[in-house]
Ligand binder design. Structure first.
Ligand SMILES: NC(=O)c1ccc[n+]([C@@H]2O[C@H](COP(=O)([O-])OP(=O)(O)OC[C@H]3O[C@@H](n4cnc5c(N)ncnc54)[C@H](OP(=O)(O)O)[C@@H]3O)[C@@H](O)[C@H]2O)c1
Length: 303
């Protein structure tokens, strides 16, 4: 408990709305930058993804949102002119099918936001039999993005991976990616997934697709209320709004800054992805992570 309170205490001035305001971001509008662009935002029927989708649509983009809740998708279409795509991103096959349908039916994307993600405290399996948060937070992002790249749908586009300050808790790790029920730590699994997203961004950038990994700050969403009730209880009154959590994604897409290997983008700047010494030394090479992801996509019959 003390460890948790120390974590919250250390990062609250920066990660809450207080940090967003202290950096003067409300006074620096992003502008209407996205006319003529096509975006795909995953996990966008609520929370940060919904705010990103609405923010991009308001600024002129044609936005496709991916979610599994039909009613919420219909409301986004009705109220914001956003184009709904119903898929369950827990499933590798849905990620692959989504990529195929987008590549064939939509064509080239200007921006892909791999936003969907969650933290669980109880071990569960995905429909494919993987630990469920590994399937959603990392394997699905990999399956979707690799297939979009392979189909040429991200040529000249950019990718934004939604990570979290939670990655400070782990070095790049293979053993923590897909945890077993016997010794399940959802917090460490989440940290490892978010840490691995940085390796994916660096990989895709090296392949010619400008990719960023970002932290949204601490945002008042259903995800936080469910997964981090203590954070919500102690700091709920000062958590960021959805629009504040979406800000860096919109800014990255508007400015397209040069990606920086290993960076965690937060509040419109590349920042260190390490807050503690223990995360600095990777347990494995990134190639070992990519090999597992590739093997697991194949195992699920996704290739
Ligand atoms: N909120 C924060 O403070 C915070 C901080 C750091 C990082 N993040 C990251 O930001 C991202 C978004 O977080 P959030 O707090 O906005 O989460 P959230 O409130 O739980 O929203 C996630 C959205 O994704 C949808 N979704 C969940 N599982 C899905 C699936 N299998 N297929 C399709 N859609 C699915 C949810 O809809 P249904 O479940 O209703 O289908 C919901 O609309 C996550 O990657 C999270 O790790 C958040």
């Amino acid at each position: 408990m003390n460890k948790l309170l120390n974590f919250y205490g250390r990062f609250a001035p920066s990660f809450t709305a207080a940090g967003f305001i202290a950096r003067g971001l409300p006074l620096r509008p992003i502008g209407r930058a996205f006319s003529g662009q096509t975006w795909l935002v995953t996990g966008a029927t609520g929370g940060i993804g919904k705010s990103i989708a609405i923010g991009a649509a308001k600024r002129g983009a044609t936005v496709y949102v991916v979610g599994r809740n039909g009613e919420a998708l219909a409301a986004l279409a009705r109220d914001h002119g956003i184009k709904p795509l119903q898929f369950d991103l827990d499933k590798v096959g849905d990620n692959v099918r989504l990529a195929e349908e987008v590549a064939a039916g939509v064509g080239k994307l200007d921006v892909l936001v791999n936003n969907v993600g969650r933290l669980e405290h109880v071990y569960k399996t995905s429909p494919d039999g993987f630990e469920s948060t590994y399937a959603l937070n990392l394997l699905g992002h990999y399956a979707l993005t690799e297939r979009l790249i392979a189909r040429g749908a991200l040529k000249d586009g950019l990718v934004i991976n939604m990570a979290s300050g939670g990655l400070y808790n782990s070095a790049l790790s293979l053993r923590r990616l897909e945890q077993t029920p016997e010794r399940y730590s959802g917090v460490m699994a989440y940290a490892a997934h978010k840490r691995a997203q940085i390796a994916l961004s660096d990989k895709w950038t090296a392949q010619g697709v400008r990719s960023y990994t970002m932290h949204p700050g601490w945002v008042a969403t259903d995800g936080v209320r469910t997964a981090l009730p203590d954070l919500n209880k102690h700091l709920g009154w000062i958590l960021r709004s959805g629009a504040q959590g979406a800000d860096t994604a919109l800014w990255l897409a508007a400015r397209r800054p040069a990606p920086q290997a290993g960076a965690l983008w937060f509040d419109r700047a590349p920042r260190s992805a390490h807050a503690y010494p223990h995360s600095q030394t990777p347990e494995v090479e990134p190639a070992a992570i990519f090999a597992k992801l590739e093997a697991d996509v194949a195992k699920a019959g996704g290739v």
